[in-house]
Write a protein of this length. Structure first.
Lengths: 413, 561, 208
């Protein structure tokens, strides 16, 4: 074997250096990647599904990546120029071209089918007989508010028409209700849209899926998913925003408490600009769009504290629009929620303009505190950012039949 | 061969003022092309500097400059890089090269061509001038989602005229690129030399043709959206896009992405075309599967109009299965292109000068951009990754290591044709390696940060394990890449005046018609044209292939049916 | 190989399009593509109009939430009359193009004159329409889209009129004959487009 020329040796050195640079860089990054080639472990059923889909995509992609990059490096070394002769002038090859059109097509088809199945699975609402928690998530610059549907007990349920088309409800005392709050009876949720005297305009649905459209009320801007959001629905802030400068002075992190093992429907909406409800360990996010309310279904599987953060650019304090998720075992969650919505001591009973958490006795129409406050600061169980609906606690807040509400057909009033 | 030195800024008989006047009033596609590239390069440096500011803010947890400044920085970084760097620099090369590649004397409408250039400059300067005003530049992100962007009150960004200047600037840029697109369409359809059929057009010309269609059909939609947003901010009071006054914020997203997804291909197709010129030349082989490549390009162009909503998967306002399917489909023509590039190298005689390095670097790193795109196409995975740094890494692997690498390859490839001198190869290699290493240091950690849940567009981040380190690697990488860019700038300025002279018409042994004329070409482009019987007429002529193959016998050039 | 490809000397597909007896020039192709882009521009505006309308509970809402149906302009005699007039002005414009194809510059000038008169009248009527409209641009989606659509259409009419007036004056310098008339043909195409867009805009704003 003849000695290679010095030029050739230099060239080989260069190739070796370049090739090791490239591969070294790729290996290094892969090494640094190590633990972070994957999203965090999921703490919800949907997140696990998504993570499994991610793994499928990842390993397919990694295979393609390794094969193609190795192929390019191999080609670059093997076919580097050695002399001035003209290589074979190959213009194409029908067979291999068909092959490498078909292979990506198959990969893509498989990925589509699997993704579609997963998507269908995570997006589908649970059975209407499965009890769920409904938590209203309201985003605004730059805070999160979480509201929990006020539960009512089974005795109230008997007085509710089964016809979900009944959206005008007459009650004995409209002041016991608050607009834009959700009340829950087993699997049914009733959202009060507006109150005119003792008549409630409501949206009804099972499992938080509000099924009913409504004729427009003056203050109602938009119907989406059958849920109205009012311009006035500027819920109480849980964050302290300096009114003069608009700057957020204290950065407390609101906490949303969720049960483990029970499906939660987050009704997500925004009061101003677009935000996005995102907790990395859910592997899931949904934008909080102003003017509409959208549902995100989750069944949390692990108890614990998880980080959450607004993911859609929303202005100055976007980076600091954090929240935490506290997942409690179901019994602890129920106890926590019961404490949150527990009626205050009876001493405050019948006092006008009283706190919203008060237990109003049946047929007691004296309370004219229409705009009940949120009990966050008076409620020992409430964390910053955790608010609950005021209004009538169950079951006493609902009047009895026949003095209670009846449900005439829409438009009958 | 004596040249007219039409594009060399030395050797004029007249004074400097005359030279300047010549350039300012020119309608020559070559001069206009060079001015596009130079102007875009200057804008690109500004955009790059802004990215360094962004990376500096993220070097550690805790805010350094405050959100108001930071938001302007990332907004203008993106706006400049997309609208003022990648798109116009590709337009510049297309301006210079396409008429030459198809054997034309000039563009179809030379004066409209010049007008496009000046409108582009006007729009760019308008957009940047916002920095001089109270409240600074636009700070709503380059996507300018309302209601943030439609809000004019002081407590919500952006206050001041920055956003309005941004809107008017982008409208002007849109007018410029639409006019340019019309020009390319007519030029490519109507001005080709005899024998230059559609399927003998160089691949770069093909990509410019498809790009021009996208520009002409998509840009006006953006213009309409920008006008609506401008109206919202100035008189209409948010009736279009602000839900608080009855508008729909999702409407903006639909209109915006109807343009801005095709815009991704407007930015990536010409670099793909460049790579498809450079790889075959330095492999000394024809592009493998030319027709399939054309079909893939056209296919990507068509698909680009039905995938826009894949940017909106998490808005809840999108019919997900359709857009998931159409987005996955993009993977097929893109995969075909990858394989065709590799097959072009296969059995070739590969010469790794800087142009080739950037072309191969493009193929290697664009692959990452393509693969990470598949993650986003799978809607459930996108639920996890959307609006995180994974998106940032993905789009930069497509644009910064894809489109920009293609642009650098074009610079080294066509520089001798444009200026009659070579760019310095030694500096070029340093440029390439600092870019290759630097960009990977920036964007690979960003992919991992995104997986870990770091949202994009934040000026401060949680002190999670590993996040600070990843961000620091990225910041260092940004400076490494910037060093490469500065070296490139020096190389260009130096080589224009003192670079190694290129005496030949065809220094690279390339095949397309721009190499059939002098370097630089005369004002009227060609003294003679070879017979065009394939997509590589010059190569055929030099190596006695195709129409020049002696064994096949001479066929008369003017034969027509 | 070479002989086979040479024998199959392909025809440029775009060179087989004719206007009159002449193959379409670069300028005409430019106008065709320009009209494509204009169609996309108006499509964007109209898509916004339709989206807002689709989404509204009642059409057309005002911001205050008071639904005032009088906010919608009715197709009364005057707007209908001027719509017909504008659309009909495509006829004299086309006649002008026919005339110049035969080299009849006088006929062309006459046609253009008629078009300019009608176009100016149309624009004046649009001004009247704007003054009569008892709503401001920010009152709601209807008013906003009304001003934007009619405004941009009006700007296009004005642009067309200036274009035609420019050609009309050039014809006095002896420009245009049976073979060199690209600009006239292009102006004709453009004028047809302006009329067609108005039919759409008018039906959306006044009829639907
Ligand atoms: Cu945010
Ligand atoms: Cu896209």
């Amino acid at each position: 074997m003849p000695m290679p020329s010095p030029r050739r040796i230099r060239l080989r050195w260069r190739i070796a250096v370049a090739a090791s640079l490239v591969t070294g860089l790729l290996l290094l990054s892969a090494g640094v990647a190590g633990a972070q080639a994957f999203p965090p472990e999921a703490v919800s059923e949907e997140g696990s599904d998504i993570r499994n889909l991610y793994l499928l995509v990842f390993f397919l992609a990694a295979a393609v990546f390794v094969v193609v990059e190795a192929g390019i490096i191999w080609l670059a070394i093997k076919y580097r120029r050695r002399d001035d002769s003209l290589p074979p002038q190959i213009h194409g090859h029908r067979g291999v071209e068909v092959l490498w059109t078909v292979i990506p097509s198959i990969i893509v088809l498989v990925l589509f089918i699997v993704s579609f199945v997963v998507l269908d699975h995570i997006e589908s609402a649970p059975s209407k007989y499965e009890p769920v928690e409904v938590i209203d998530v309201t985003a605004q610059q730059w805070a999160w508010s979480f509201y929990y549907a006020t539960p009512m007990d089974a005795t109230t349920r008997a007085r509710i028409s089964d016809d979900p088309a009944d959206v005008r409800l007459r009650v004995s005392d409209g002041t016991l209700f608050e607009p834009f709050k959700t009340y829950r009876i087993d699997v049914e949720h009733i959202r009060v849209d507006s109150i005119e005297g003792n008549t409630l305009m409501v949206a009804r649905g099972v499992n938080g899926t509000v099924v009913q459209d409504h004729p427009a009320g003056e203050e109602i801007l938009r119907i989406t998913n059958g849920t109205e959001v009012s311009q006035d629905d500027r819920g109480e802030l849980t964050d302290s925003i300096d009114p003069s400068s608009g700057a957020v002075t204290t950065m407390n992190t609101p906490i949303v408490t969720v049960p483990v093992g029970k499906t939660v429907r987050f009704n997500i909406s925004s009061l101003d600009v677009i935000h996005s409800f995102y907790a990395p360990q859910f592997l899931y996010k949904l934008d909080a769009m102003p003017g509409r309310t959208q549902a995100l279904w989750l069944k949390v599987t692990d108890a614990g504290f998880f980080q959450g953060q607004c993911a859609e650019f929303c202005g100055r304090e976007h980076a600091r629009m954090l929240f935490s998720v506290r997942a409690l075992p179901l019994d602890e969650y129920d106890a926590w929620l019961a404490a949150l919505v527990a009626p205050p001591p009876p001493a405050e009973e019948a006092a006008p303009a009283d706190d919203a958490g008060e237990a109003a006795p049946e047929d007691d129409a004296a309370d004219d505190a229409g705009a009940a406050e949120i009990g966050a600061e008076t409620d020992p169980a409430a964390e910053p950012g955790t608010s609950r609906y005021g209004g009538p606690p169950a079951p006493a807040g609902l009047p009895t039949q026949p003095a209670g509400w009846t449900a005439p057909r829409a438009g009958a009033l | 061969m004596a040249t007219l030195a039409g594009t060399v800024p030395t050797g004029y008989a007249g004074g400097r003022a005359q030279v300047l006047l010549d350039w300012l009033t020119t309608v020559d596609h070559k001069k206009i092309g060079i001015m596009y590239v130079v102007a875009a390069g200057v804008f690109g440096l500004v955009g790059g500097a802004l990215s360094l500011v962004v990376r500096t803010e993220l070097i550690e947890t805790g805010a350094i400059m405050g959100a108001d400044t930071y938001n302007q920085m990332f907004t203008m970084h993106a706006s400049i890089m997309l609208f003022l760097f990648i798109m116009p620099v590709a337009t510049g090369f297309a301006n210079y090269v396409v008429p030459l590649q198809i054997g034309a004397l000039d563009m179809a409408f030379p004066r409209i061509n010049a007008l496009s250039l000046w409108i582009f400059l006007f729009g760019g300067i308008l957009m940047l001038s916002a920095f001089a005003f109270d409240g600074g530049a636009a700070a709503a992100g380059w996507t300018a989602y309302p209601p943030i962007s439609s809000n004019t009150a002081g407590n919500i960004q952006p206050a001041g005229v920055g956003m309005d200047l941004w809107l008017v600037g982008v409208i002007a840029l849109g007018v410029a690129s639409t006019a340019g697109g019309l020009n390319f369409l007519v030029t490519i359809f109507k001005m080709r030399a005899p024998g230059m059929t559609m399927f003998r057009m160089p691949m770069f010309t093909w990509t410019v043709l498809v790009t021009a269609f996208l520009v002409v059909l998509a840009t006006p939609v953006l213009a309409s959206a920008l006008i609506l947003l401008f109206a919202d901010r100035n008189g209409a009071g948010g009736v279009f896009f602000d839900p608080a006054t009855g508008g729909q914020s999702i409407l903006w997203q639909n209109l915006f992405w109807f343009y801005s997804h095709p815009a991704v291909y407007i930015m990536i197709l010409p670099p793909m075309g460049i790579v498809s010129e450079v790889l075959p030349v330095f492999s000394r082989k024809p592009l493998f599967g030319y027709r399939a490549f054309v079909m893939a390009t056209v296919g990507i162009g068509l698909l680009s109009f039905i995938v826009w909503a894949h940017h909106m998967f998490t808005t809840g306002g999108v019919f997900l299965p359709f857009f998931m399917a159409s987005t996955f489909l993009i993977g097929i023509p893109t995969g075909v292109k990858m394989f065709n590039w590799m097959a072009t190298m296969h059995k070739g005689s590969l010469h790794f000068n800087t142009a080739m390095l950037f072309a191969v670097g493009f193929v290697m790193l664009f692959l990452i951009g393509g693969i990470t795109g598949v993650f986003h196409a799978a809607v459930p995975v996108d639920f996890a990754l959307h609006d995180t740094y994974f998106v940032v890494g993905h789009l930069h692997y497509v644009l910064a290591t894809g489109a920009a690498f293609g642009i650098f390859a074009a610079s080294y490839f066509w520089f001798p044709k444009m200026f009659g001198r070579f760019l310095n190869e030694g500096l070029g290699k340093i440029h390439f390696w600092s870019m290759f290493i630097g960009t990977n240091m920036i964007f690979w950690p960003q992919l991992m940060l995104g997986l870990d849940g770091m949202p994009r567009r934040i000026n401060d981040y949680a002190d999670n394990p590993g996040w600070e380190l990843m961000n620091q690697i990225a910041t260092v990488g940004a400076f490494v890449a910037m060093v490469g860019a500065v070296i490139f700038l020096f190389n260009v300025v130096h080589s224009i005046y003192w670079g190694e002279k290129c005496e030949e018409d065809n220094p690279w042994d390339a095949g397309t018609l721009e190499w059939a004329t002098t370097s630089p070409p005369p004002v009227y482009n060609f003294d003679r044209l070879p017979r065009v019987r394939s997509e590589r007429p010059v190569f055929d002529e030099r190596h006695g292939l195709g129409a020049y193959a002696s064994s096949e016998g001479e066929s008369p050039p003017q034969t027509s049916s | 190989m070479a002989s086979r490809t040479a024998a199959r000397q392909p025809v440029n597909p775009l060179k087989s399009f004719f206007v009159g007896n002449e193959p379409m020039t670069n300028g005409l192709w430019g106008m065709v593509f320009f009209i494509f882009s204009e169609i996309m521009f108006f499509s964007g505006l109209i898509a916004a109009y339709l989206a807002l309308r689709e989404d509204a509970l009642e059409w057309a809402p005002l911001i205050e939430g008071v639904y005032d149906h009088h906010a919608i302009l009715e197709a009364e005699f005057r707007p209908v009359f001027f719509t017909i007039l504008l659309v009909a002005s495509s006829i004299p414009m086309q006649l002008a193009a026919f005339a110049i194809r035969k080299g009849n510059r006088g006929g062309m000038k006459l046609g253009m004159l008629v078009v300019m008169v009608i176009g100016t009248a149309f624009l004046l009527n649009q001004a009247v329409e704007w003054m009569h409209a008892d709503f401001a641009i920010g009152d709601g989606p209807y008013s906003a889209t009304f001003y934007l659509l009619t405004g941009f259409h009006g700007a296009h009419v004005l642009g067309g009129l200036l274009f035609i007036a420019f050609l009309w004056m050039r014809s006095y310098l002896g420009h245009f004959d049976a073979h060199r008339n690209t600009a006239v043909e292009a102006a004709t195409m453009y004028w047809h487009f302006v009329g067609a867009v108005w039919i759409l805009v008018f039906s959306l704003l006044f009829l639907a």
